[in-house]
Design a protein around this ligand. Structure first.
Ligand SMILES: C[S@@+](CC[C@H](N)C(=O)[O-])C[C@H]1O[C@@H](n2cnc3c(N)ncnc32)[C@H](O)[C@@H]1O
Length: 491
């Protein structure tokens, strides 16, 4: 067993957190080096030996986890979602003191934002901010912030911050309604100060660090801790796995979740509920043709239009960069992949976190069967922006090609967790389940793919690169799925 695997097992045993290393091994290695140096050790192996031998203090594991989880946050981080929630509050003004749990609150900005929003509406509120990371909570309690993290605060809320030298301090009236407590989301939820259940739970941008089954686990805790008419708010690109349990209210890409009224039997059903237009099977899946044979087109990388890069791209390219990149596209169209790689790498020297460029590089490497280089590029893209489903799709495709079926499954599931109707990922997953011999899961993904393609929602989640690669093949994919379903899948 590698030291990395030993260490993640130890973290799991000690803290109950299952760290997903996928595409993040370098970050993890760096973190271990930092902690090893802090303890006067020189190699990761020595560090693992030390924490295994001593049983490792919980604090040491937390320091390590802190280095691999991202505590990025700011005041009024997602104004659109907050305004949606504000509308809910104004339409249905609570008569009692509102009890809000801000789970995974990092350094406190979100918990204070919630309190400010309620105060501005004249509502009485109590907010509990929790996080696993003690160091973040100390900052939260201190309530002093650099102006950068307050940059998104709308004018009408500026009065809730007072100047404190070069920093800004949260006004006492707001601080008085917010408290902080350490809590691991995998454990029993905390109770509100008044009442039995939470009126509102915020848990934004935390799920990305959990494997899927853990998200289900946390979501069940939330369901048990939320008042029947309460609201759960998660990040815009996050999804809950057990949708039957929840009623979703949406405005654009922002959602609030409320508990669905359901009987016991229903509450145990956790399958995705995509409508299927399919016939009853005539024979067993074993008779069906291998579906993996319909995806040879994946060898070509998608040409890229930098202007149409996903909104999550880190930097906006200059005209010069766009020009340089159009040359890359010419090379890609001409199938001169090895020359295109040189140009993309040059571009990345100036823009190391440019996600579309990293994805293009990964696809070019993949097309040339340089799988390690492809995975390195996709890993860097995931580090730069962990919320882009495209990255996990390409990681999944690469692992699938390498025969790492279990890792491929995890990557593709991650893509689908971020974008449940991302049919290129569910389509790829069918082939993985086929090779793993998992027919129930295969059937579910076949249904999902057909449900999306039959429903005409086939472009919603596709970024320009993925769109160009997959969209022209949508009919081909749909056809292949239908043949497969007719020949044998069990529905
Ligand atoms: C990206 S921050 C999100 C901050 C804030 N919710 C926001 O959206 O601005 C993710 C936070 O989740 C916390 N976290 C990660 N795993 C956790 C766990 N198992 N229990 C509690 N908090 C956790 C991290 O420590 C980190 O502060």
């Amino acid at each position: 067993m590698s030291w990395l695997t030993r260490l993640t097992t130890l973290v799991n045993q000690r803290l109950g957190i299952r760290l997903s290393l996928e595409g993040r091994e370098d970050t993890f290695r760096q973190a271990v080096n930092v902690r090893a140096a802090a303890l006067g050790l020189t190699t990761p192996e020595e560090y693992v030996a030390r924490v295994s031998r001593t049983g490792g203090s919980e604090e040491e594991f937390q320091s390590l986890v802190l280095l691999v989880t991202n505590g990025h946050t700011s005041f009024f981080r997602d104004l659109e979602q907050l305004m949606m929630w504000r509308q809910v509050l104004t339409q249905d003004a609570p008569t009692r003191r509102l009890q809000v749990w801000c789970a995974g609150c990092s350094t406190g900005e979100e918990a204070y934002t919630i309190a400010m929003l309620c105060k501005e509406l004249g509502l009485a509120v109590e907010v509990l901010g929790t996080d696993i990371n003690k160091a973040s909570l100390t900052i939260a309690q201190h309530a002093h912030y650099d102006p950068w993290t307050t940059r998104r605060i709308p004018e009408e809320y500026a009065r809730f911050l007072v100047s404190a030298g070069e920093q800004l301090r949260v006004a006492d009236s707001v601080r008085a309604s917010v408290r902080f407590q350490q809590h691991n989301l995998l454990h029993t939820p905390p109770r509100p100060a008044a009442g039995q259940k939470w009126d509102v739970i915020f848990c934004r941008n935390v799920f990305i660090y959990f494997p899927l089954e853990e998200v289900g686990h946390v979501a069940r805790w939330f369901a048990s801790a939320l008042a029947p008419d309460g609201h759960l708010l998660i990040g815009a690109s996050e999804r809950l796995p057990d949708l039957k349990r929840w009623v979703i209210q949406s405005k654009g890409s922002r959602h609030t979740y409320q508990l669905a009224a359901m009987n016991d039997e229903e509450s145990h059903q956790t399958e995705w509920s995509l409508a299927s237009q399919l016939e009853t099977p005539r024979s067993s899946p074993a008779d069906a043709p291998p579906l993996s044979s319909v995806a040879p087109f994946l060898d070509a990388p998608p040409p890229l239009d930098l202007r149409a890069a996903p909104a999550t791209a880190m930097t906006l390219p200059s005209d010069e960069d766009v020009e340089a990149f159009s040359q890359v596209n010419v090379l890609i169209e001409a199938k001169s992949n090895h020359l295109a790689v040189v140009d993309v790498r040059k571009f990345l020297d100036a823009h190391p976190n440019h996600v579309p460029a990293l994805l293009t590089l990964g696809c070019l490497e993949l097309a040339q069967h340089r799988f390690d280089d492809a995975l390195a590029a996709f890993g860097a893209a995931a580090d730069a922006d962990p919320f882009l489903p495209d990255t996990y799709l390409f990681q999944g495709i690469t692992h699938r090609k390498l025969g790492n079926l279990e890792t491929a499954r995890q990557s593709l599931q991650r893509a689908l967790f971020l974008a449940p109707e991302f049919w290129p990922a569910s389509f790829m997953l069918i082939g993985v389940y086929e090779r793993l011999g998992q027919h129930k899961e295969l059937t579910r993904e076949l249904r999902r793919t057909l449900g999306v393609l039959n429903g005409g929602q086939d472009t919603e989640h596709l970024s320009p690169g993925v769109h160009r690669l997959f969209y022209p093949r949508a009919d081909e994919v749909r056809e292949a799925c239908l043949i497969y379903a007719e020949k044998g899948a069990q529905f």
